[in-house]
Design a protein around this ligand. Sequence first.
Ligand code: TLP
Length: 345
Amino acid sequence: MERPADFRSDTVTRPSAAMRRAMAEAEVGDDVLDGDPTVAKLESVGARWLGVEGTLFVPSGTMANQIAIGVHTRHGDEVILEADAHVLRFEAGAMGALHGVQTVTLKGRRGALDPDEVRRTVRPNFVHCPRTALLCLEQTHMGSGGRVVPLDAFAAAARAGREAGIAVHLDGARLANAVAKSGVPAPVWTKEVDSVSLCLSKGLGAPVGSLVGGSRAFLERARTLRKRFGGWMRQSGILGAAGLMALEQNVERLGDDHQLAQDLARALSEVPGLEVDPADVETNLVLVRVRHRRHSAASLSAALAERGVRVMALGPDHLRFVTHMDVDRSHVERAAAACLELLRS
Ligand code: TLP
């Protein structure tokens, strides 16, 4: 059977032949003992790309975010975030489990937080209150379907946090998509925050790995947490070589994924029983509402899988399609035709 059209996530991409070659040929060392030269290069290229003093290479976006949260908070602190934030919904309760923090959620508008609300949510210095330590932002914003929060709104929310004396972390798992879409370079976004994570293994196409970056003082503490979480790897240049290639060669092509997502949204918007407005699709995520008398998101996703189209059901009535370098126009056509066949009647 043909390989399925896998729209579940941009994490499913497989390393290209050239990437596998670069991995096989990578110069390596023991990163914990003496440093790994390829990882050192990735960390410095990553720092330059992100516009921060330094970065650390870690196994996953979750670890990158949780290291940053650990650096910025102490047990009993409070963290402000958007209600659909990945760190809240999809990191298995790590904030509470690892750092003993509590959260306050604000409802964003297309991923953007109201700066006045951020200001009002920071607790006063009062014996009865927790210390508000951190504001977490996300760009692109997954919960709103991969939207790029506009720079002025992003900066206003971040500044509201910083002016109130709290740290700001950016979950930039898909920051490269925001850069490709907006044309605004990463350093312009990151100058508004105190730390940032970036996934190399999503649209950028590396098999594994993320960077977490910030100031020298941030990195000093982050290094200890990377060790404590078991995320400081040994001959990790094998993975770092893939990350380097991803960052140096695959940012610009993200525009192709965005275009394909547009095409997919347009095709799906014509299927009865599916609701999606192509104008809402800004990057590579397409959130589709299922409104059908026979199908929920889960049953439709199962039926699509039988037809060689894989998608993710997010909640009872939403499907998420993600475009990436391993899907193309023929997969989009296959997905739209399968949806039409299943939902037409
Ligand atoms: N997101 C995954 C799943 O966890 C849902 C996906 O397929 O989209 N921040 C954001 C905004 C993310 O979307 C993700 C991954 C992460 C952090 C965590 O990255 P990993 O999976 O490397 O731990």
